[in-house]
Design a protein around this ligand. Structure first.
Ligand code: AHR
Length: 490
């Protein structure tokens, strides 16, 4: 592209903080996410802490993982938390009806998860069972995790080896209540939600199961029927899927499929805009969070793997998808205050893949790491009109960007070139931001289909970016096709 995209950047006094929880993750009992992923058991030869792999803990800490959602997903509405506490040898088994029909032994339960979150320095986000659970069961779970004084559940917790409560702040009340969580109507679920929330304390963030993509009626019904003081957050799920019956290969894809994936990913802009507008009608002061607690690319499982385990590789397509989506969340930080990439380890758009003792980080991991500079920074206003990425007569915006200023005064600008073929020229005047010296980090590859394998784990890693000039506070940038760039000014 020969045209230059001029981005104007402005600091305003009313700008929101980009909540670090936008950079959250998700770990479901699904495939090799927990068992054979995070959790190898404390008798494993793989170095671990209480059964959780040390290499995964290290990698996620380096990512600054802010929160982790567990135990599902669809699994959450089948999960009975009391089966996962106490001596492991006494725990009953559970059949994972949604994911491969496998039987698990409940050896990874509440203590394992919450202690792991402490190791990670991440806030836990527990997803409660509404579909096949009871109000009593969920309210007991809250008491078990959070109650400090004497109570039946805190006594049980102490008996199981933990005296101090964990203080879990984020609680989901069901998952995909319109689908695997019980196939409820919005009206019916709103009533169920009210009932469950009544028996949970007010000092935690209660999050309602939200809409599937563009089901705006779901959001409207919940916002209308749930009293604001009972609702801390409202969820939204959107996956970038080309066609649910023919999702396409995670690695071996055409430009057609890349374009279609990115079209679905960029739809997130419209989704958060429209769901936010509905929320604004009922909650003009924006007290209730929009929580995009499942997002990411979803392809056919890797050949030869269990179809119920949702294992897929992760290419530069996923890196571009992640960078563009996170820019959308940043730019909507006034309402989007939490999001969870699906999923963290070995499932869907994972940041970490494992193969026995080996562990690798994916291109998506590197994007999340490059972008963690935005966590809890103040959003800067960007104004620009993106050039087109045109493919077979259809167009998408080729450039996605967001920017923030952190507490130490550093400015970060994240830019994605979505165009699969053309580089883009960008100009940004950074004169009024109180920073002078810029450096850049880029993630790119020679092919969109490139990925990190267990044999070549560092094929795609961030490198220093030299493709820009700082001409007296005017940055002139040339960003290569399908790449993700973060500039830092100090
Ligand atoms: O992330 C995989 C599944 O996708 C989750 O279990 C469910 O909530 C969604 O449909």
């Amino acid at each position: 592209q020969s045209q230059t995209t001029v981005i104007s950047i402005k600091e305003t006094t009313t700008s929101p903080i980009i909540n670090k929880n936008i950079y959250g993750h998700f770990a479901e009992h699904l495939g090799r996410s927990i068992y054979g992923g995070f959790f190898v058991g404390d008798t494993s030869k793989i170095p671990n802490t209480n059964g959780v792999r040390n290499d995964i803990i290290k990698a996620l800490k380096e990512l600054k993982i802010p929160n982790l959602r567990w135990p599902g997903g669809c699994f959450a509405d089948t999960y009975h938390w009391k089966d996962g506490i106490g001596p492991k040898e006494n725990r009953p088994t559970i059949v994972n009806q949604w994911w491969g029909g496998v039987t698990e032994d409940n050896s990874f339960g509440t203590h394992d998860f919450l202690n792991m979150c402490e190791l990670l320095g991440a806030e836990p986000y527990l997803s409660g069972n509404v579909g096949s659970g009871t109000v009593q069961e969920l309210s007991d779970w809250v008491q078990y995790a959070n109650f400090k004084g004497k109570s039946p559940m805190s006594d049980l917790r102490t008996k199981n080896g933990r005296t101090e409560p964990w203080k879990v702040n984020f609680w989901g009340i069901g998952n995909e209540a319109w689908g695997c969580g019980g196939n409820m109507t919005a009206d019916y679920y709103a009533n169920e939600y009210r009932k469950y929330a009544t028996f949970m304390p007010n000092d935690i963030v209660r999050i309602a199961s939200g809409a599937n993509s563009d089901n705006y009626n779901w959001t409207e019904t919940l916002m209308k029927n749930i009293p604001a003081n009972m609702l801390g957050g409202l969820a939204l799920h959107h996956y970038s899927v080309i066609d649910w019956n023919k999702k396409g290969d995670g690695v071996d894809f055409t430009e057609d499929q890349y374009f279609a994936t990115m079209k679905e990913a960029l739809k997130m802009e419209e989704l958060v805009t429209k769901h936010s507008a509905i929320m604004d009608k009922y909650d003009p002061n924006k007290k209730i969070d929009l929580v995009v607690d499942e997002w990411g690319g979803w392809y056919d499982v890797e050949k030869g793997t269990n179809p119920g385990f949702l294992f897929q590789q992760n290419t530069m397509r996923d890196a571009v998808l992640a960078g563009a989506t996170l820019n959308i969340f940043n730019n909507h930080a006034d309402r989007v205050r939490m999001a969870n990439l699906a999923q963290c380890v070995n499932v869907l758009q994972a940041v970490i893949l494992t193969d026995k003792a080996k562990m690798i980080t994916t291109p998506t991991y590197h994007v999340m790491k490059m972008y963690n500079v935005h966590q809890d920074a103040t959003l800067l206003n960007l104004n620009f009109s993106a050039p087109n990425y045109t493919y077979r007569g259809e167009s998408l915006p080729a450039v996605s960007a967001s920017a923030s200023k952190d507490k130490s005064g550093k400015v970060h600008i994240s830019i994605v070139n979505i165009d699969s073929k053309n580089k883009n020229k960008i100009e940004i005047d950074v004169n009024n931001l109180g920073v002078k010296n810029f450096t850049g980090t880029i993630l790119n590859a020679s092919k969109l289909q490139d990925f990190n394998s267990f044999d070549t784990p560092n094929k795609i890693v961030p490198t220093a970016f030299k493709g820009f000039e700082n001409k007296k506070g005017k940055l002139e940038i040339t960003i290569p096709p399908f790449s993700v760039l973060v500039l830092e000014g100090k």
